[in-house]
Design a protein. Structure first.
Length: 367
């Protein structure tokens, strides 16, 4: 039985005759891995395949990344999550069909989806920060995502061309690379020769952060993680030193007695936040992107003078284009650990258990 997909209410187009440009055979249904109840396995359902109207675009999914924020959604750690929901916020594929007003795209083009679908009119959207829109939706969190054969994107502005990149390896750029890129850009001007940056957590986001710091700055990079499986990927990404997260003395020694100008915490637990506050320099920055549920257990004035703590999640479409440009030059790389769409729950188990050293991607059609 074909089930209706959750509806999307972002900038609903006016009703008008539809024109669909599609390649290959057209099926009335598609597969979608949907969350029906929090803390339960996903179900691969057959749902109606979307048809674009107005400015909408349908993307034939080649790959969709699976990360900790997807686990947070599964565990019910978000607001405004409609159930059942198709997960998947890091989506790459090919344009399958376009609405009559979605200009500038050709069927068959390889594209990456910018997952933040803002209203397009508020101050955040006008300045290009749709991921900060209070009325917007996030693909795979409050709107249907990419763990499916096809994805309906509400406007052509939410896709970025990735000509020359393999969509399967490009999918994590939309989240795992975009978030640390925005964080690094926030502190980049202070990462000068002789400075140091610490990256806490060497999963996919941490590995991208190491690469981005290495490409954009001359800073010493100290990476820390509790999982020894992450040492090789962290060194390959460009870390100068890789240490056990629990060995605080070794981390301090690696910094040579100097505090870190920037500490990037991709774990976000009580212990990692405490370490970050301990390591950061005066006028330095602690940038937090982890989902560890931690709190900063320190009086505010115990921070080094003029040091700050901020969060980052996602980035703008312009920043995603810059990330794609870096990937095209070969400066950003990530191995994709592929899982078939029908085995999506195996990927969730592997990620929870720490068995994924790089990035898990859900692939509707294994090749």
């Amino acid at each position: 039985m074909v089930q209706p997909e959750s509806t999307l209410t972002v900038a609903a187009p006016e009703h008008r005759p539809r024109r669909m440009a599609a390649r290959g055979s057209v099926s009335a249904s598609m597969r979608a891995a949907r969350l029906h109840a929090f803390r339960e396995p996903l179900h691969v359902d057959h749902v109606a395949r979307p048809t674009p109207r107005g400015d909408e675009v349908v993307v034939r999914v080649a790959a969709a990344g699976l990360g900790r924020c997807d686990i947070e959604v599964i565990d019910g750690g978000g607001r405004g999550i409609p159930l059942p929901l198709t997960l998947g916020h890091e989506v790459a594929g090919h344009v399958a069909a376009v609405g009559p007003d979605a200009g500038g795209l050709r069927v068959g083009e390889a594209v990456l989806v910018h997952s933040a679908w803002g209203c397009g009119h508020c101050p955040a959207c006008v300045r290009g920060d749709e991921h900060l829109c209070r009325r917007g939706h996030i693909c795979g969190t409050t709107a249907p995502g990419g763990f499916a054969d096809f994805l309906l994107v509400p406007h052509a502005r939410h896709v970025v061309r990735i000509d020359g990149l393999d969509p399967i390896h490009a999918a994590p750029l939309a989240g795992a690379a975009l978030t640390p890129y925005r964080g690094v850009q926030r502190v980049r001007e202070r990462l000068v020769p002789g400075s140091a940056a610490v990256v806490i957590g060497c999963g996919a986001l941490g590995q991208y952060a190491i690469q981005i710091i290495d490409v954009l700055t001359p800073a010493l990079i100290v990476a820390v993680d509790v999982n020894p499986r992450k040492e090789g990927p962290a060194r390959e990404a460009g870390a100068d030193v890789v240490l056990d997260l629990l060995d605080h003395d070794a981390v301090g020694a690696a910094l040579g007695g100097r505090p870190a100008v920037a500490v990037f915490d991709f774990v976000g637990s009580d212990s990692t936040l405490g370490l970050a506050v301990h390591l950061v320099a005066p006028q330095g920055d602690v940038v937090v992107a982890g989902f560890g549920g931690g709190t900063v257990r320190a009086p505010l004035l115990s921070l080094p003078p003029e040091a700050g703590i901020s969060t980052v999640r996602g980035g703008s479409r312009r920043e995603l284009e810059e990330v794609v440009a870096l990937a095209r030059t070969g400066q950003l790389r990530m191995r994709a650990q592929r899982f078939q769409l029908d085995r999506v729950n195996d990927a969730v188990i592997a990620l929870r258990a720490g068995w994924v050293s790089n990035r898990a991607v859900i692939v509707p059609a294994m090749t």
